[in-house]
Design a protein around this ligand. Structure first.
Ligand SMILES: Nc1nc2c(ncn2[C@@H]2O[C@H](COP(=O)(O)OP(=O)(O)O)[C@@H](O)[C@H]2O)c(=O)[nH]1
Ligand SMILES: [Mg+2]
Length: 308
């Protein structure tokens, strides 16, 4: 399939083209560049929902329920599931794949797994490209599921239009262990597995967090496996996503672009150095090894050479 037909297919929401395009942005930065340049004009309509939380919190189960519910309401939903526990060989964890595969064939819902390691352009770059692909294909909602442990993932969470943090009872101490800052950027707290003991204790912790940080982040209780509480959550999600000002959606999108452009520059510079035929990197490595230069001086020399 050539890039031209992939681009055409994306705009017609052809599942095979979308899948191929995402594979391209994962593996081939120059193809990513061509695809995004061609489709970007059609982006900007989808809403991006980030769902994060510890492994096993029920994110995939909840995502599955939310996606099905949105589909019943007539919306098309794209899901990007990012899992860092995946092996180097790429491809996300099998469990998620199998469980969420029921969705991949359902019309109106498309799920794509991405691994966090071994990706050429970096996870967040490929993820942001994947979001554009879904967006240009006319998906109304794009859900990005991340574990929220790596900086890359926190960055993705940070640039969504709406951020949902999934917590579970009995993880009082784990709340403190969450990546610093992730509580601060949540728009919604979900206490999933609320069929278990310890809901009140977690509620107290979250209320305390709201008090000390002078915030009023709403808390929803769900049982993702049965769907209990999911309707309430979705109603709120739909309501708040319409309140552009309240979520500062414009500022969030500016932030997303700022971050993304910097990522692209970052990757381009690194690729320029790696692809440079004059072995500039090797030469500088030698000069640092022999103490002729420091690593900082070597980097400066390379930058000067490349930016001539
Ligand atoms: N008891 C209970 N189990 C749940 C609930 N939500 C998810 N689970 C189970 O928790 C396990 C992990 O769920 P999963 O969605 O894969 O979590 P993820 O790692 O956060 O994506 C699975 O066995 C689910 O069936 C819930 O609300 N209550
Ligand atoms: Mg999962």
């Amino acid at each position: 399939m050539d890039l031209e037909s992939i681009v055409k297919g994306i705009l017609e929401r052809d599942i095979r083209s979308i899948a191929k395009a995402i594979t391209s942005v994962e593996n081939n930065p120059s193809e990513a560049n061509i695809i995004i340049d061609r489709i970007f004009e059609k982006t900007g309509n989808a809403r991006v929902i980030g769902i994060t939380g510890s492994p096993g919190a029920g994110k995939s189960t909840l995502t599955d329920k939310i996606a099905k519910n949105l589909k019943e309401k007539g919306f098309a939903v794209g899901i990007v599931a990012i899992d860092p526990t995946s092996p180097f060989s790429g491809g996300a964890v099998l469990g998620d794949r199998i469980r969420m595969n029921s969705l991949s064939s359902t019309e109106g819902i498309f799920i794509r797994s991405m691994a966090t390691r071994g990706m050429l352009g970096g996870l967040s770059g490929a993820c942001l490209d994947a979001i554009d692909i879904f967006d240009a294909a006319g998906f109304d909602y794009i859900i990005v599921e991340t574990v929220g442990v790596g900086q890359d993932e926190v960055d993705i969470f940070r640039v969504s239009d709406l951020n949902i943090l999934v917590l579970v009872p009995g993880m009082g101490d784990d709340v403190q262990a969450l990546k610093a800052g992730i509580m601060e950027i949540a728009d919604i707290f979900v206490i999933n597995k609320s069929d278990r003991n310890g809901v009140d204790r977690l509620l107290t912790i979250l209320n305390h967090f709201n008090t000390i940080s002078e915030k009023d982040i709403p808390v929803f209780k769900t049982v993702a496996t049965t769907g209990e509480g999911v309707d309430n959550l979705i109603n709120y999600i739909l309501y708040v996503l319409n309140e552009e000002k309240r979520l500062n959606i414009k500022e969030r999108r500016q932030e997303r672009l700022r971050y993304r452009i910097l990522r692209i520059i970052n990757n381009k510079v690194i690729n320029m150095v790696k692809n440079d035929n004059s072995d500039v990197l090797e030469k500088e490595v030698e000069s640092v090894l022999s103490k002729e230069k420091t690593p900082y001086q070597a980097a400066k020399s390379i930058m000067e050479l490349l930016c001539q």
